[in-house]
Design a binder for this molecule. Structure first.
Ligand code: TAP
Length: 485
């Protein structure tokens, strides 16, 4: 199949991005049809319009991709780090040059507001490639072995990495996985989520533009069965998975007893803790960012608000006023705060959990807002009178739904925050630095934000405790997951 990037017409309504009517798999540097010719449609969640038809990869395609990655590994891993870095720097710069196009594409395929793809996702995607490009020739100085030319063990790449990513930050999750893998000398086969395959395919085009050697990056689109075929393929040396805890557990079971290395980035139920000395206006902004950024479809969302009893009413009044100003609607409008839910399936899950919240006796509130008639939409919602036993306080909703609980003392706040099967994120709002340190040190969460929320940086490791997974991505720690140390 010829590259879809050569013949795509430019739809007038969104001229910044040319989406071709069909895309193939990206294997060994070429776009190719799936064995058997199976395809699936990807739609815009905001309008339900079909954006494109994408090849549905099977076990046979995975086998081809792993073969290409294995072949490429010999040369790629033998390149001096400084040479690998040049490709990563080139990729980072092309991402910056094409960031408007990629932001529009991601917003169309995912449903998230253009302000978020443009101002948060794309700058972070480029930053990850820049950051890991910088490490490529310094691996011997990362604390995982000795430098080349010195005596001792030089850290080595693992081989072929099988990477499976979710739909909530398609391009950013790709960057989190591909940038460190390539910097450390591994080659990859990546499987994007079924509902958001397009940005990974545009990334494949960027790899070609950057002159990346064939087979170093392979993209196989498809559904869960494609991901399962990748994870179980005997030719991969490492599995990097981001997604639900249920699938993460299944993967851990599947690869038990093999010598594959694995990192799992799974679900969360983050506590956002507001103490009575916190500046209320700032805390309210942080609560809104914590749960309504990306429509709450964020693994580290602050989905449980723990507010000190003495300021509960003041915070809730202010929060409701602020929620009444949020604009829900067209994700391509730069004034939009909340876009569409990613899929009909996800919308059904959010709806069911919100109904469970009501049925169990919590009090539901949403600002008045008109939702578009087509597409998948859910109004920003908060629940008060929530107890720790409620389903909406325990289960990850992965939507724009906030459960509000209260506490009296810091001890109670810590106990409630930690009372979850998850351990990915938490936030603390207080003016006292000593309280931030004391509380943060007792929270069982991989990332703890103080007086901010949902801030990301490529230099900072990210990952979970308990059922939020294991291994770290990002920062120096993120290198270890791709090295034989
Ligand atoms: P999942 O259903 O777990 O899907 C994640 C990815 O795994 C998708 O590409 C999916 O393919 C694929 N997959 C499904 N079944 C598989 C199997 N048996 N073997 C291998 N791969 C399989 O999660 P989701 O609904 O996409 O994402 C939401 C979840 O991801 C939430 O729980 C959220 O917390 C978590 N998440 C965590 C993080 C971090 S960093 N901890 C970040 C983002 C999201 P298809 O989509 O094609 O079915």
């Amino acid at each position: 199949m010829a590259s879809p990037f050569e013949y795509a017409p430019a739809p007038e309504s969104r001229a910044i991005v040319d989406i071709a009517p069909a895309y193939g798999l990206f294997i060994d540097g070429e776009f190719t049809e799936a064995a058997g010719g199976k395809v699936f449609k990807t739609v815009s969640p905001a309008t339900e319009e079909v954006l494109s038809e994408v090849a549905h990869g099977s076990a046979e395609d995975i086998d081809r991709a792993v073969g290409a990655a294995r072949k490429a590994f010999e040369k790629w891993s033998a390149l001096p780090g400084a040479e690998r870095a040049k490709y990563l720097f080139r990729i980072a710069r092309i991402i910056q040059e094409r960031s408007r196009e990629l932001a529009v594409l991601e917003t169309l395929d995912n449903g998230k507001p253009i302000r978020e793809t443009r101002d948060t996702d794309l700058p972070l995607v480029a930053a990850h490639f820049f950051y890991y490009a910088g490490w490529a020739d310094k691996l011997g100085h990362a604390g995982f072995g000795t430098a080349e030319g010195q005596s001792g063990a030089v850290p080595r790449p693992l081989g072929v990495a099988g990477q499976v990513i979710p739909w909530n930050f398609p391009l950013l999750m790709l960057a989190w996985k591909i940038a460190p893998a390539l910097a450390t000398g591994n080659t990859v086969v990546l499987k994007p989520a079924e509902t958001t395959p397009l940005s990974a395919l545009f990334f494949a085009d960027i790899c070609r533009q950057a002159g990346l050697p064939r087979g170093v990056v392979n993209i196989v689109t498809g559904d869960g069965s494609t991901g399962a075929a990748l994870v179980s393929h005997p030719g991969i040396d490492k599995v990097a998975f981001t997604g639900s805890t249920a699938v993460g557990k299944a993967i851990a079971r599947q690869i038990a007893g093999t010598d594959k290395r694995v990192t799992l980035e799974l679900g969360g139920k983050g506590a956002n803790i507001v103490f009575d000395d916190a500046p209320v206006d700032q805390a309210v902004e942080g609560i809104v960012t914590g749960i309504f950024f990306n429509q709450g479809q964020v693994c580290c969302a602050g989905s449980r608000l723990l507010v000190q009893e003495s300021v509960h009413d003041e915070v809730l009044d202010s929060l409701k006023r602020r929620l009444s100003t949020l604009r829900v609607g067209d994700p391509l409008d730069k004034n939009t705060d909340l876009g569409a839910i990613n899929s009909a399936e996800q919308l059904a899950r959010i709806t069911a959990l919100a109904e469970t919240g009501e049925a169990e006796g919590a009090e539901r509130w949403s600002p008045e807002c008109e939702l578009p008639s087509s597409g998948y939409w859910f109004a920003p919602t908060l629940f008060t009178n929530v107890s720790q036993a409620h389903t909406i306080a325990r289960d990850e909703i992965f939507g724009p739904v906030l459960s509000v609980l209260t506490f009296r003392t810091p001890e109670e706040a810590v106990a409630k925050a930690n009372n979850t099967q998850y351990g990915l994120s938490a936030g603390i709002w207080t003016e006292k630095g000593s309280r931030i340190l004391a509380v943060a040190s007792r929270l069982r969460a991989g990332v703890v934000w103080a007086n901010t929320f949902n801030k990301f940086d490529p230099t900072s490791p990210f990952g979970g405790y308990k059922e939020s997974g294991y291994g770290r991505e990002g920062g120096r720690h993120g290198l270890e997951a791709y090295l034989d140390v």
